[in-house]
Design a protein around this ligand. Sequence first.
Ligand SMILES: Cc1cc2nc3c(=O)[nH]c(=O)nc-3n(C[C@H](O)[C@H](O)[C@H](O)COP(=O)(O)OP(=O)(O)OC[C@H]3O[C@@H](n4cnc5c(N)ncnc54)[C@H](O)[C@@H]3O)c2cc1C
Length: 362
Amino acid sequence: MSDNRQRPLQISVIGAGCAGLSLAARAADLPGHQISLIAPKQDDADDHIWGFWAMPWVQTATLAARKQWTKWRIISHDQDVLHRADQHPYCAIHRHHWLQDCRDKAKASGVRFHPELVMQAADDQILDSRPPQVPDDMMLQHFVGWEVTVAAGTFDPTTAILMDFRCDQTQGMHFIYCLPFSDHQALIESTLFSPERAPANFYDRAINTYLHTICGLSAFNVSRRESGVIPLGVLGQHDPGLVGIGANGGAIRPSSGYAFSFIQKQIDHAVAQAVAGKPLAVGVPHSAFELWMDRIFLAVLRRQPDLAPAIFTAMAAALTGDEFAHFLSGEAGTKIWLKVILAMPKIPFLWGLLHPEAKAAA
Ligand SMILES: Cc1cc2nc3c(=O)[nH]c(=O)nc-3n(C[C@H](O)[C@H](O)[C@H](O)COP(=O)(O)OP(=O)(O)OC[C@H]3O[C@@H](n4cnc5c(N)ncnc54)[C@H](O)[C@@H]3O)c2cc1C
């Protein structure tokens, strides 16, 4: 055997965020590979919550989650859909908690951390997790969240509210996301899908109004804030010459902005390939069909954001909780897809089918 075959495969990963550290944490599953994390830039992102549904490839994160909910609601002015999922609860994990767990596992497995952005001559594979390039005028998911402490008995801690459309719809598709960690603590987020961010005070006002009018509160304490912008659509790679991983490897689901579970799925698949003696192949964790349907969906939402409350409540009403979890986790089979397609308003979606790249109507 040549020297080249005896030495471990050198894998360098640029960036120590969710994807970089999640892969590094799997080093113990990759004997024969030496992983190096290149992190010249301090990851100073504030803590935030990642939501995802319990699935086999996110088992470790499910166990480390701050809370799980087997029930969730999708609410509009005239619909209130309650889901119960026996097998796939919705989970919330803190970014800092997950990254620290990954860092500890990576260090214990001999992953090397390099503060310099220097490629090693011996690198067999370089994976790039630096942020992807976002084309102009792209549909975005933008949000502000407050973690609030309120009077005991205010929230129902058994049920997450994934979307509550009873809020200002003047700036595009807008909903409130409410994760009740207890009866007196919750993350409340004002989330918009639109090509442009709203004025800074829009989100704060929306959360305030929700707490006062929907939750009936007159006093609350804000203990933590988070905010973000997630691009929805096909993104340009940070460096087209390198293989991307994480958001830079196409992991963000265009129609929902969910990425955490898809990053773990992408990594799980790559690790399984390597364990089977194949190359550590990192691919886009969505099928061509899903990406096509997402393009149509986004074209419809962009043209007619006012349809969003009816679309999401109809989709939820057509599915059981576990089917909904499968759908949002990229695991829908033909039966689930048929239920979703049949629940959609036909004319707008036919228009979207014919104009998948259409921009918002003037
Ligand atoms: C506030 C917020 C909330 C979110 N909530 C959810 C959620 O609930 N559920 C969900 O599924 N998804 C959620 N997402 C989306 C997604 O899960 C995250 O964006 C995820 O962090 C993407 O992982 P990543 O590794 O691709 O990118 P990141 O975690 O952003 O990592 C990229 C890394 O690259 C580093 N880097 C940047 N530039 C350079 C450089 N020049 N050289 C070297 N390194 C560099 C950064 O420091 C960072 O460490 C959320 C995103 C945000 C911002």
